[in-house]
Design a protein. Structure first.
Length: 112
């Protein structure tokens, strides 16, 4: 029983510690893992993104992004395209961490 409780505790501890994703904005489309378009309304987005203010908060695919200062530090390299049809995912920047998350879960694999 103690082993089971320890396993459950470790599982929850691991999932709560991971809460953002490290991204790097590249300067050319061919360098990107994912092409991103910023929409003008929340309902148009595949992903609602909150910009974290510290790198240590980075980790998972839940819409909480930290923009790193070097390409090698990023989990995903993104390129901001100028037209919606060119994008792999459409995002909308939100002003609160609790608002971040996927609106279109079929696009979630793009950021893994």
């Amino acid at each position: 029983m103690k082993k089971f409780l320890l396993l459950v505790a470790l599982t929850f501890a691991g999932t709560s510690a991971v809460n953002a994703q490290k991204v790097y904005s590249v300067d050319a489309e061919y360098k990107a893992d994912v092409k991103v378009y910023v929409v003008d309304a929340e309902y148009k987005a595949d992903l609602l993104v909150y910009k974290e203010n510290a790198e240590y908060k980075a980790g998972d695919n839940d819409g909480k992004w930290y923009f790193v200062d070097a390409e090698y530090k990023a989990k995903k390299k993104i390129y901001f395209v100028d037209a919606e049809y060119k994008a792999d995912i459409k995002i909308y920047f939100v002003d609160a961490e609790y608002k971040a998350g996927w609106k279109n879960s079929s696009k979630k694999a793009e950021m893994y």
